[in-house]
Structure formats: C-alpha cells, structure tokens
Ligand binder design. Sequence first.
Ligand SMILES: Nc1nc2c(ncn2[C@@H]2O[C@H](COP(=O)(O)OP(=O)(O)OP(=O)(O)O)[C@@H](O)[C@H]2O)c(=O)[nH]1
Ligand SMILES: [Zn+2]
Length: 298
Amino acid sequence: MELEGLVIKCVGGFYTVNTAQEPVICRARGRFRKEGVSPCAGDRVRVQRETDGSWALSEVLPRKNHLVRPPVANLDRLFVVASLRGPAVNLALVDKTLAVAEINHIEPVVVFTKTDLDDPGPLLEIYRLAGIKCCKVCAQRGEGIEQVRELSAGRVSAFLGNSGVGKSTLLNALFPGLGLETGEISRKLGRGRHTTRHVELYPLPGGGYAADTPGFSTFDLERYRLTDKEQLVRGFREIERFSKDCRFTSCSHTCEKGCAVLKAANEGKIAGSRIENYGAMYQEIKGVKKWEQKSKHV
Ligand SMILES: Nc1nc2c(ncn2[C@@H]2O[C@H](COP(=O)(O)OP(=O)(O)OP(=O)(O)O)[C@@H](O)[C@H]2O)c(=O)[nH]1
Ligand SMILES: [Zn+2]
C-alpha cells in the first residue's frame, strides 16, 4: 500500500508524515542517502507499507523551494522575526535572511516584536521603501497579532529569528493551544542555543502550518545558494527594481558611475542600511569566489 502525505517533523531519522489516514512514523529508504537527498519538514512524500507492517518513506515529490538550515521545504511565507530590544535588531542578519527568502521564491514578511520597548517607526520605513511587508507586534499587549494571523492563515509558514526575539510567545498568542515553551522555561529544559533544534510544522486552526525555527545566527552563504554576486540583486527587490536604469548592464551597484541604484539611495529612495548590507554581501560573495579559485590551484 502507498500513501501520499506531508512531513511534519523529523527527529533522529524518524519522519512523522501526515496522510489522509492516520499519521505515519517511518524511516527513509536507504537510497536517499546515496542520492544525497534528505527529506525534511514541509516535504510532500510517498510512504509505502513494508511486508512487516512498518512504513517507509519512499519518494520525495518535487519541491517548490527548500532551505538547508533550518531544513524545511515548500514554504509559502517566511516570517523574519526581530525584536526591537533584548536582543536588539541586527539588520544585516534580517537582510541576509530576506535575501535567502527572495532568491528561493518565498514571500517574506518582517515582524518586529516587543514594540513596548522601543519605537519601530524608523525600521518600518526601511522596509516600506523596499516594498516588503512588515508587521509590528507586542505579544504582551496582544497588538498586531491579528495581522500576522491573517498573513499565515491557510499557508505553510516558518517563523525565523534568533533566540529570545519572541517567536514562541508570538506563535502561542497567534494560535492558543500550540503550547510552545517560551523564555525561561525553554532554557531550563535545555532547549537554548546549545542544543540543535529540529523543525516541526504545527497545524493551524483553520488550515495551514507554522514552524518555529532557530534563526541564522551564523551565515554560511554557500549553503543558501548565495554564491553568485550577479544574482544577489534578486535578494534585494528595490535594488533590482532600480538596477534596470543603471548605465552598465554589468553594474555591481557598489561604486559605478551612472548607477541608478546608488542615485536612488542618495535621493533617499532606498534605505542606507539596505545598500550597506547589499554591499557587504556582495564583497563577501566575491571573497568566497576568490578563495574558491585560489584553492583550486593549490
Ligand atoms: N517586553 C516584551 N517581551 C516579550 C514580548 N514577547 C516576548 N517577550 C519575552 O521575550 C523572551 C523570549 O521570548 P520567546 O518567545 O521564548 O523567544 P523565542 O524567539 O521563541 O526564543 P527561543 O525559544 O530561544 O528561540 C521571553 O521572556 C518573553 O516573555 C513582548 O512583546 N514584549
Ligand atoms: Zn548600478
């Protein structure tokens, strides 16, 4: 017998697959390892019943997108969660995460949390200029929750952000009944930053799924397929938009004469932090390439 389903979690090599019948817990067939495919949460898969009655994950259906770390596939939305204070916002990390989402064709939303602690206004302006959807929430006061709920309803979403930004608090406020551990409790249980957390999709009331995932605290560009500096503009939608008017088609938008992107930035049409973070990533990718080329000659 064969069934189709959705992988909602993977722990220690065991996959939980939601099917039209009961959920199935199974291992993946050995050939996946040989082929270098690693099924993950969010994958649509086929499971087959073995002669001994157990189930095996036999096929991963084509993915519309796939992130390597955290391992999750087929996302409709990526919520990039950042707190205004404790910890303070790291815009370089936010922009890298957004670039990963854009390049992988996942619609991003930035969520600024803990708005009781600071004014989110200037940050909202950066992303308003970029044309990226933004939400501000204060889980304690219950503000902004409704908007995030609407944006995630009926979709498969991941909530990504560093430890302590308030992801679990937000998800619990959004979907009472999820019962995710937050703050002190999770740290006491050792779910802090020293333990690797798996990705789990939680079914939402009213349809869809949400995953609470650790953020990218260290960024390995290659793992996110961000190794092509010419492609980097696809990760910054407003830069891509203005780049159509650059004098040179090979423009890197970092220093060239006749660069429409730098002109727009000077005129305040693109936020300074976005240009800076684009430039830093551009240099980083160039560095990776040089290093790769060098290592080939050794
Ligand atoms: N002041 C304030 N604190 C908040 C708010 N939301 C969450 N917190 C606090 O921030 C701390 C971290 O919240 P969590 O929800 O555990 O954060 P997390 O992002 O899930 O963290 P990890 O589980 O470590 O990944 C907790 O002590 C929360 O009470 C908020 O809107 N305002
Ligand atoms: Zn340019």
